[in-house]
Design a protein around this ligand. Sequence first.
Ligand SMILES: Cc1cc2nc3c(=O)[nH]c(=O)nc-3n(C[C@H](O)[C@H](O)[C@H](O)COP(=O)(O)O)c2cc1C
Length: 226
Amino acid sequence: MNKAVVINGSPRMERGYTAVVVEPFVEGMMDAGSHVEVFYASRLKVKPCACGELYCWNEAPGECCIKDKMQLLHPRLRHADILVLATPVYIPLPGDMQNVINRLCPLLEPVLEFRKGRTRARFRKDVRIRSIVLVSTGGWWEKQNFGTVLRIVKEFAQDASVNFAGAVLRPHASVMKRDGELTQDGRAVLDAVRKAGYELIKDGVMREETLKAISRPLISRAESPA
Ligand SMILES: Cc1cc2nc3c(=O)[nH]c(=O)nc-3n(C[C@H](O)[C@H](O)[C@H](O)COP(=O)(O)O)c2cc1C
């Protein structure tokens, strides 16, 4: 069975707009037959990487020198086919999310290869992840706000030598709700998000058309408060 791990980096966890988008994405993946586990970076509260000497590569390959909740996450990640990194844009990432990403280092082989002009690593042989997906929400109007986060996640996928399977991006995410309730547009966006999750598992790719429906403007630039 296909397995996926979702790491939601929003400090607002279940109450955040990122969770509003991640929930139907997970439902779509599950409808398509995936087994999905969701973790919150701010609940795991993993410490920052402190082994500047790459202990997890040089001294004890595959092992982290810091003992905390990352030890719970590593085995789940080793057995997952898909990793979904879900995060709000926080110029660029919330701190707890950045800590989790840094602490993925023990899952990488201590071998560097020079490919297409760049130095790249790869996941260790006991790590099953083949695809990485980004799910992100932002507060501002334009999609360009996701540029840095998108680049970080794409770079990480390339560093791990796995497929970057695409990005589910929802700018001016708060506009999906009015007075605490989803608007009609908000519901349509979340239906498209559910479809994207389903497509990811069924077809291995999310259709361009589906991703566009998720990130389409819900108000004009002029109406935007930010
Ligand atoms: C510290 C901080 C920095 C932010 N920077 C940006 C930004 O650069 N671009 C953007 O579109 N939104 C930015 N936002 C807004 C959040 O990305 C947006 O409100 C998001 O949907 C929050 O998700 P959450 O409710 O899951 O935490 C920022 C918010 C915070 C608190």
